[in-house]
Design a protein around this ligand. Structure first.
Ligand code: ADP
Ligand code: MG
Length: 841
């Protein structure tokens, strides 16, 4: 049994590789510069690829061929164009280059084929899978993912003094503000088990954002004043714009100045640059910590807001938290430290190294993780003694031991049954550091085994015959983790749900499968009914759509992470409405999603494993979506106001305001913008959508009202479109509308509204019956429904003949009669057969 030995912090800005050597963790150093950190930066010079410090230095000379911060685009479909070799590189490929470079930090001859790679806690399934893919591309055969706050906690608690860290029931916060992402995790320790209780994060909040604001808000105005380049602010961030080179140079200058401002209150910036038209500019200006603080204030307070959110969500007060463990390079900024402590009132702790904590924790974790790739042992199966009845002749042994120990040795006990004859056993530790020797096997056995500190100890228990020949079938593998803490596993960052039909409301909705913060790996089997018949050989489909995101939200606002389509064409027998379907969903610790569907009645099974690693954000689609949400919100506010639910209207107003802001930002966005803004906006949009949907607007009266407005709009549309709507029905509709304001506004209770809806629906039905165009199209729709919609399918043919004849003669009176009989013969009322949906009830 071997463990995964390397822990890697694949950071936005800096990456590190470390290993636990049995006593402590070694963070490896770059063989050239002797630094522990490798900047996550890749440069291309013709055919040559340079990674790390040298790549960063190259940035100033040839910024268009140097790439960094690509971690923020993991999981997106965005590619980087490299002019130097005219090739596109994905964020996954660039990350793989960084990982390969990290391998060069290891100068022993051992095979580097497995690693624990850390990810932000807020990374969704696609981003996680993209990271794994990068690992495989870099040549690792096995990649285990670990969330960064867990890694940081492991590093902190493994080095904390025992007394402090073992005070049971205590809570800590891990505040990780790095280059590109911010994460805050609420951590607890109970009975030596370390657990992430909850977390919040923003994948677009970090040092790079500070640099960008500092550059745009402080440095560029000074630059403009000195050079007279008035168009600078607007042109600077444009891809392929006239100042593209200057953009990168300035970003670097901004970061340098920012870092210096962590130790002094003002810094001088000085450099020269040449414009495209050949003008050389020499610039010199001063920047101060006050200026920096002013332009990062909003972002810092956003991080603090996320702390509050995580505490509120868990009904905790600042008092309930022991300390905030501060990690990530941006926590060097004095203003950040001050704000976090002042505004939360919680003590901050800097004992974990902000830069290496995550890598160190990853190394601890790696050392406790058994490699999945089977290790070839020296068992020669052909030598297994052939026994006439192997099961009954061999002793049966049950071993008991603690899988986790704080001590330097652990007691293993065993019960032995069906013991006939003489046997021996022997326990050995995988690294050779312990060997029990041959001991006689008895009904009860017990053995103290020695443990290595702070790591996983793998033992093999073997049974031998009297002649000391091994009985391989009785071999057992045991593992015991020694150390202060064990991990209770990694939490899911978001709900996982499946999309099911909501026939009553003519839409689909999410059904929760796994709740956020459930511990991985996790699996569940659910049983659903098929909500409509899928005919064999037809084009009908049953869709199993696995989504990630708030389960209260509408499916369209969540992300698809696994999708199985069962097409009628694949089926040999009809899948009858109401028949059972068994769906098994599993999420592994490394975030592979497996979906297995079993159509029990017709004995048909499909299974697939998903590891989606790309999502695509289009600026125009983003604008469309925000616009749609805005419209929806307008309608909801109107409804709430009419309903005199001013509180709700107010709440919705707040969301609308944010949407308006978002929309304005999205309108300014350029599809080709160099900044990460579109991903930022996309993320905010999703969060807003979720807060809207979790706003419990599914209350009955809202539903009823929604149906009312929908049907009313339908009638409006009919009157506008068809000129054969009878005049008396039009008048009836006008009367109903004049009543509407009353019915909708006078009371909060849904009573009046329901009455109004009933009247409206009666009118709607009358319109269908008495408007020839509508009657014809409804009749044709219903008569062609598949047979399972009818109570007595054998009648349909006759109705069809009668109806067609009536149609031919344009005898609508007769057609009305036929249509009435057709309806009476169906299982459903008119309004229930509208949506396409998933086919899952
Ligand atoms: P990541 O985990 O995202 O790779 P790190 O935790 O290594 O990032 O932090 C990198 C960020 O920290 C960069 O944006 C860098 O500018 C910032 N940083 C590093 N040192 C300092 C400092 N002394 N003062 C302010 N910011 C710093
Ligand atoms: Mg980090």
């Amino acid at each position: 049994m071997q463990t995964i030995n390397f822990g890697i912090d694949l950071g936005t800005t800096n990456s590190l590789i470390a290993r636990f050597n049995g006593k402590n963790v070694e963070v490896f150093k770059n063989p050239v510069g002797f630094k522990e950190t490798l900047p996550s930066c890749v440069a291309f010079r013709g055919e040559r690829i340079i990674v790390g410090d040298k790549a960063r230095e190259w940035l100033v000379k040839d910024p268009l061929n140097v790439f960094s911060s690509f971690k923020r685009k993991m999981g997106t479909g965005e590619n980087y164009f490299v002019p130097s070799n005219s090739t596109f590189y994905s964020p996954i490929e660039l990350s793989a280059l960084v990982l390969k470079e990290l391998k060069n930090f290891i100068h022993t001859s051992e095979a580097i084929d497995s690693a624990v790679i850390t990810i932000p806690a807020s990374f969704d399934t696609m981003q996680s899978n993209a990271t794994k893919k990068a690992g495989y591309e870099a040549g690792f055969k096995e990649v285990v993912l670990l969330q960064e706050p867990i890694a940081a906690s492991l590093a902190f608690f493994n080095s904390a003094n025992e007394e402090e860290a073992t005070q049971n029931g205590k809570h800590w916060l891990v505040y990780d503000l790095g280059g590109g992402t911010f994460d805050v995790a609420l951590v607890s320790i109970k009975e030596n088990e370390l657990k992430i209780v909850d977390h919040r994060g923003d994948n677009f909040l970090g040092g790079v954002d500070f640099d960008y604001s500092f550059m745009m808000e402080v440095m560029v105005p000074k630059l403009m004043a000195q050079t007279g380049l008035t168009e600078l602010k607007e042109e600077l961030p444009k891809q392929n714009g006239p100042y593209e080179k200057l953009f990168f140079i300035l970003m670097l200058k901004a970061e340098e100045a920012k870092k210096e401002l962590s130790v002094s209150s003002s810094v001088e910036v000085e450099f020269t640059f040449t414009t495209l038209s050949g003008n050389e500019h020499e610039v010199y200006f001063k920047v101060t910590d006050q200026e920096l603080n002013a332009c990062i204030a909003e972002k810092v307070s956003r991080s603090i807001q996320l702390i509050e959110e995580v505490l509120n969500a868990n009904a905790m007060l600042a008092n309930d938290v022991d300390e905030i463990i501060m990690i990530g390079g941006s926590t060097y900024i004095p203003y950040v430290r001050r704000m976090v402590e002042e505004q939360t009132g919680i003590k901050t702790n800097y004992s974990a190294d902000p830069t290496t904590a995550v890598a160190v924790g990853a190394a601890y974790y790696a050392a406790s993780k058994v490699k999945a790739t089977p290790v070839v042992t020296d068992i020669n199966v052909s030598e297994t003694p052939t026994l006439t009845n192997p099961v009954s002749n061999l002793p049966q042994i049950k071993l008991a031991y603690n899988k986790h120990s704080k001590d330097s040795e652990e007691y293993i006990t065993g019960m032995c049954q069906a013991l006939q004859g003489t046997y021996f056993y022997r326990i050995t530790r995988a690294d050779g550091g312990y060997d029990s020797g041959f001991k006689p096997l008895q009904a009860k056995i017990g053995e103290f085994v020695l443990l290595r500190k702070n790591t996983l100890n793998a033992f093999t228990f073997k049974v031998y015959t009297e002649q000391h020949e091994e009985l391989p079938t009785l071999q057992q593998l045991l593992d015991i983790t020694q150390g202060l803490f064990s991990l209770s596993g990694q939490p899911l960052p978001e709900d996982i749900c499946i999309e099911v039909d909501d026939v009553h409301n003519n839409t689909t909705r999410c059904e929760l499968v796994f709740e956020r913060n459930s511990i991985l790996p996790i699996s569940k089997t659910i049983y659903k009914e098929v909500s409509r018949t899928i005919k064999a050989k037809s084009d009908d489909q049953l869709i199993i759509n696995v989504l990630e995101g708030n389960h209260k939200a509408h499916p369209s606002t969540n992300q698809i992470i696994g999708l199985i389509e069962i097409n009628g064409k694949q089926l040999t027998a009809d899948l009858i409405k109401g028949s059972d379907i068994e769906i098994k969903i599993e999420v592994s610790e490394s975030r592979d999603v497996s979906v297995k569907a079993n159509l029990l009645l017709i004995d048909y099974e499909v299974a697939e494993v998903f590891s989606p690693s790309e999502k695509y954000v289009s600026v125009s689609k983003l604008r469309e979506e925000i616009k749609e949400m805005k419209n929806e919100m307008d309608v909801e506010i109107m409804k709430a106001t009419q309903q005199e639910d001013y509180e709700k209207a107010q709440e919705l107003h707040l969301i609308l305001e944010k949407l308006n802001e978002l929309y304005a930002k999205a309108m300014q966005l350029n599809e080709k913008s160099l900044s990460d803004e579109k991903y930022q906006l996309e993320e905010y949009k999703r969060k807003l959508a979720q807060s809207y949907f979790s706003n419990d607007n599914t209350s009955l009266s809202v539903k009823v009202k929604a149906e009312y407005y929908e049907n009313r709009n339908t009638i409006n549309y009919w009157i506008e479109t068809f000129d054969d709507v009878p005049a008396n029905l039009k008048t009836e509709f006008e009367q109903l509308k004049s009543n509407e304001a009353n019915a909708m506004a006078t009371t909060k209770s849904s009573f009046l509204v329901q009455g109004q809806l009933k009247t409206l629906n009666r009118l709607l039905n009358k319109m269908i019956f008495f408007t020839p165009t509508l009657l014809t199209s409804y009749y044709l729709h219903y008569i062609h429904l598949s047979s399972d919609h009818f109570k007595d399918p054998s009648l349909t043919k006759r109705f069809a003949e009668m109806g067609d004849k009536a149609l031919e003669r344009k005898n609508y009176e007769e057609l009305r009669g036929v249509f009435n009989q057709v309806l009476a013969n169906t299982h459903h009322a008119v309004s229930e057969v509208k949506i396409k949906g998933t086919g899952l009830g």
